[in-house]
Design a protein. Structure first.
Length: 185
């Protein structure tokens, strides 16, 4: 019974309301406006409205594919969860690469986005691109190393929360970035 209560409490703590992504301005990490976005999110985290204030309808989703044909549907709730969690960590200077990737899916609106991960010229770095938008960025070695460190040193309770609440796309993307950077186990 005690285990069930703990599991239920973890589920409640991990629940997140959907995000109105199109209403948000999502600047790159370190760009003008990123710090104020983090401050707004922190200030409103315990308000009745929560953060962000707007609730997004079920129309926002994305079909993510790889050049190898693997496809998965990222639902509106999956996007909301991933955006909120990735931004929370990015504001703390952790796992910024996930936020940088997720913010580029903001205007997907049900379209297909083909995620292309290729090793960058710099050793340990990965070029992340979406074929349909020609949008790309380089995830440097420190960003990839941060993912490896998190994956390898994740506390047991965080691993449970990730298993329960993280969209299935998140571990796939993380593993892809780690493999692309050549930092697999």
């Amino acid at each position: 019974m005690r285990k069930r209560c703990i599991l239920y409490l973890l589920m409640l703590l991990g629940s997140v309301s959907p995000v109105a992504a199109e209403d948000l301005v999502l600047p790159p990490v370190g760009a003008s406006g990123f710090k104020s976005l983090c401050e707004d999110m922190y200030r409103e985290r315990d308000t009745a409205a929560g953060w962000p204030r707007q609730i997004h309808g079920a129309g926002h989703y994305c079909t993510l594919t790889t050049p190898y044909g693997d496809a998965t549907v990222m639902s509106a709730d999956d996007y909301a969860w991933t955006l909120r969690k990735s931004l929370t960590f990015a504001c703390k200077g952790k796992r910024e690469v996930i936020y940088e990737l997720v913010r580029r899916l903001k205007d997907c609106d049900g379209e297909i986005r083909t995620l292309d991960l290729t090793p960058a010229e710099t050793e340990g770095a990965c070029r992340v691109a979406f074929d349909e938008t020609a949008d790309s960025f380089v995830a440097g070695k420190p960003l990839i190393a941060d993912l490896v460190d998190w994956r390898d040193n994740m506390p047991w309770y965080e691993r449970i929360l990730v298993d329960l609440f993280a969209p299935g796309e998140l571990p796939e993307v993380m593993d892809g970035l780690i493999a692309c950077g050549g930092m697999h186990r």
